[in-house]
Design a binder for this molecule. Structure first.
Ligand code: PLP
Length: 505
């Protein structure tokens, strides 16, 4: 069955059908599968479970394959082109990791199996936990969280549990800079703590004076995104950590974008107490369309006992002849479970394969290339696109998509026009503290030629913005669906399998 999203054009016209609906393909009686004869007695289905009106498509295998392959060609993907969606790390992921995740020994085990029968899988998880501990410099890791945001949630619950265990229930405030990822304040609020926002200074760093003003006995900790969402490394990270520790708070690092620092700097060395990774950003797993995710948390000795569980531990060291015996245990003061079973296991396999193949020197090179690519594009666009923070960036950078001499042109027009040049647009209107923001992240997997082609398109669009602004306003021109009315689409979302022009009519 297929559900086609019907988009409405600005002028109210129905868009031309992109593809025939699968319901309109095939013919009565046509079938796409050959089922073997049943090897159990046939039984009547209860009549009240059968729907006479259920109009299912009757199609051959070829009808189905062609239909879905045609639909897939309407999609833009990292396998077809450059995808500089800042803060999302849409990089090419080695296909090898997909093969590893599909190995029957990993893909066909059941989470309720006796640990004795899945020692290989547990050994893989144990090794991944220790690698993630080493990359961060932290002491212990839990692979439980199912996404970056859930890792944050775990981190804040651990900070809260730590203060409660120390008899400091009055610590209820989490400081969050305005350059933090939006999930940071959301996490704090979900955990029942209070968000205290700190403004950034003119360089895009945390305003230290403001930080000192709010630091006190009621502070549970601070969440800070590194590099921040402006793409820059806090210039005063050591001072920030000292200020927070000085008033008894703990430091949380949002490490979703570790491809800006792994193999170069360790969060624990910077003084952080807890962080999360986004395996699906830094350590492979394609994650378009909202999933799947994996957001392991890494902590120092202060928080190790509070980790969400179960985590994999060595139950018996083994000997020269016997391999170690791995088991699943709950840390002493664990904040509990966050997810059924053991996290998103298939993604753990991919991350394991990724780290195993690259090794320490490889991860260092990943970071260098991610940062180099971002800075290369930033330097080439400088002077053409306004840049609020003119400084070396991490894995991404932000520029502004508007000019005083190109009235009426917005970041959105630039992004839509990029689609005509066969590029996926960068992130728009985020971070919120930059007007008309375009957040550009090329990632480490792009070649110089790919970066150059993107720059050339951006430069051409900057010129078009002055010479032929309507080209931008009406873009995209080449895509299967033209400019849509996103406000109306959001307010009157139509998810149905027949084109409907006005859902209220
Ligand atoms: C992507 C991202 C998150 C959220 O991760 P999810 O897996 O989408 O929950 C948090 N912080 C930063 C900085 C991110 O880039």
């Amino acid at each position: 069955m297929t559900i086609d999203l019907i988009l409405q054009k600005k002028n109210g016209e129905a868009p031309p059908p992109l593809e025939p609906l699968i319901y309109d393909l095939g013919a009565p009686g046509r079938i796409g599968v050959n089922l073997p004869d049943p090897d159990v007695p046939e039984a009547e289905l209860p009549a009240d479970l059968l729907r006479a009106t259920l109009d299912l498509p009757e199609v051959s295998e070829m009808d189905v394959v062609r239909h879905f392959v045609r639909l897939s060609h309407l999609n833009y993907s990292i396998d077809t082109g450059f995808y500089p969606l800042g803060s999302c790390t849409m990089k090419y992921n080695p296909k090898l990791n997909e093969d590893m995740a599909r190995l029957p020994g990993f893909a066909e085990i059941h989470p309720l199996q006796d640990p004795a029968s899945v020692q290989g899988a547990l050994a893989m998880m144990y090794t991944l936990q220790s690698w993630l501990a080493e990359i961060s410099g932290m002491q212990a890791v839990s692979l439980q969280p199912a996404a970056g945001a859930q890792g944050e949630f775990a981190g804040i619950l651990m900070i809260r549990a730590y203060h409660l265990a120390n008899g400091e229930a009055h610590r209820t405030k989490i400081i969050v800079p305005d350059s933090a990822h939006g999930t940071n304040p959301a996490t704090t609020a979900m955990a029942g703590l209070e968000v205290v926002e700190i403004p950034s200074d003119a360089n895009g760093d945390v305003d230290l004076d403001k930080l000192r003003e709010v630091c006190g006995e009621d502070v549970a900790g601070m969440m800070i995104t590194v590099p921040n969402t402006l793409g820059v490394f806090e210039a005063h990270i050591k001072e920030i950590v000292d200020i927070i520790h000085g008033c008894g708070g703990l430091m949380y690092m949002d490490g979703a974008n570790m491809n800006a620092m792994m193999g170069v700097a360790k969060p624990a060395d910077l003084g952080f107490d807890v962080m999360h990774y986004n395996l699906h950003k830094t350590f492979s797993t394609p994650h378009g369309g909202g999933g799947p995710g994996s957001g392991p948390v890494a902590v120092n000795e202060k928080l190790a006992d509070f980790l969400p569980g179960p985590i994999v531990t060595i139950i018996d060291e083994g000997s020269d002849e016997e391999p170690p015996l791995y088991g699943l245990t709950m840390p002493d003061k664990s904040i509990g479970r966050l997810k059924a079973f053991y996290g998103n296991f298939g993604m753990l396999v991919r991350a394991f394969a990724y780290i195993a193949v690259y090794g320490g020197a490889g991860l260092h090179a990943v970071t260098k290339h991610a940062v180099l690519n971002a800075n290369y594009i930033r330097a080439r666009l400088k002077g053409v696109y306004p840049m609020p923070f003119d400084r070396i960036c991490g894995h991404e950078f932000v520029c502004e998509g508007h000019w005083p001499d190109a009235e009426g042109i917005h970041a959105l027009d630039i992004s839509k026009r990029l689609m005509d040049y066969d590029f996926h647009p960068p992130t728009n209107y985020f971070p919120l503290i930059v007007p008309e923001a375009l957040l550009i992240e090329p990632t480490e997997t792009e070649s110089k030629e790919a970066c150059d082609a993107f720059v050339e398109a951006m430069l051409a669009i900057a010129q078009e913005a002055r010479e032929n602004p309507d080209l931008l306003h009406d873009a995209p021109h080449k895509t299967p669906v033209g400019r849509v009315d996103d406000v109306r689409a959001a307010k009157q979302l139509v998810l149905c399998c027949r084109p409907v022009l006005d859902p209220e009519a």
